[in-house]
Design a protein around this ligand. Structure first.
Ligand SMILES: Nc1ncnc2c1ncn2[C@@H]1O[C@H](COP(=O)(O)OP(=O)(O)OP(=O)(O)O)[C@@H](O)[C@H]1O
Ligand SMILES: Cc1ncc(COP(=O)(O)O)c(N)n1
Length: 276
């Protein structure tokens, strides 16, 4: 291919932790970008030693190393959309937010990752305030699950009225859109994600899949959302595709490892190709 006949390459950036087991974190994000036709870039915030059984170690990077990665990307490879995952500490959050402001990266999806499925902390408790103060005001979309929304708002969430109240509170912290994910609500045959734009609530429902292979669902969902935004879709359309992507990925979950297996990042495209 010559330079002149190159079509525009759509690029997305994930700023997140590495999951050595490949189901969550940077690895889930890059696989999802690739499957949705978007060139993936990454800035690592931490290395985790992790598998389907749990998290065996967390090794955060120096803020300088994270800043250097973002500078390398900012100097040469402007992303069409950005997402954040595991950010670990208030120092890393401040660094990342400052770089986003410096480079003017505003098509930003914040997945406020706090705790891994097995219970290991991926964000220090003292860093929640930094997330609220520095990153939420910059974000286009935030994608908390129910426990994360409880920590952000300080309220206990049970039932749909509580979810709407929590979504309003999180929206008031700065993001233009809030998606309060319902994967942790074990009741009912449907999983309901709530999208709030500051005016109206949209409910995205899908059949609840009975499986324990849900490692990395949140990462994969927010990466699919960022990929859609990078492609130029508006938030409601990008959420719709992200929901279809994660639904297929959970339905065809991968039974690897002895614990909570990963979702299947090939599933969505396999179905489009009729190869299920
Ligand atoms: N059992 C399930 N069946 C169908 N969809 C699900 C199921 N569990 C989660 N989802 C979907 O997966 C996406 C991620 O939701 P979830 O609430 O699990 O996020 P999360 O807790 O942040 O994920 P993670 O635990 O990986 O961090 C949402 O769109 C949610 O509706
Ligand atoms: C590096 C990293 N980032 C995010 C998650 C959350 O995913 P899950 O809650 O499914 O374990 C994780 N486990 N590891």
């Amino acid at each position: 291919m010559t330079d002149s006949n190159r079509t525009k390459v759509i690029k997305a950036l994930t700023v997140a932790g590495s999951d050595s087991g490949g189901g969550a974190g940077i690895q889930a994000d890059l696989k999802t970008f690739q499957e949705l036709g978007v060139y993936g870039m990454s800035a690592l915030t931490a290395v985790t030693a992790q598998n389907t059984l749990g998290v065996q170690g967390v090794y955060p990077l120096e803020a300088e190393a994270v800043a250097a990665q973002l500078d390398s990307i900012g100097a040469d490879l402007t992303p069409d959309a950005v997402k954040t995952g595991m950010l670990f500490s208030s120092g890393l959050i401040r660094t990342v937010a400052q770089k986003f402001r410096q480079y003017g990266w505003t098509k930003l999806v914040v997945d406020p990752v706090m705790v891994a499925k097995g219970g290991s902390p991926l964000l220090q408790q003292e860093a929640v305030q930094a997330l609220i103060a520095h990153l939420l005001p910059l974000s286009l979309v935030i994608t908390p699950n129910i426990p994360e929304a409880e920590i952000l708002t300080g309220m206990k969430i049970s039932g749909m009225a509580d979810r709407e109240a929590a979504a309003r509170l999180v929206h008031a912290m700065g993001p233009r859109y809030v998606i309060l994910k319902g994967g942790h609500d074990e009741e009912g045959a449907q999983v309901t994600d709530l999208l709030y734009d500051g005016e109206q609530f949209i409910y995205l429902q899908s059949p609840r899949i009975a499986t324990r292979h849900t490692h990395g669902t949140g990462c994969t969902f927010s990466a699919a959302l960022a990929a859609g935004l990078a492609l130029g879709h508006l938030v409601p359309q990008a959420v719709h595709t992200a929901k279809a992507f994660i639904q297929a990925a959970i339905e065809d979950g991968l039974n690897i490892g002895a614990g909570h297996g990963p979702t299947n990042h090939f599933a969505y495209q396999n179905r489009l190709r009729g190869q299920r």
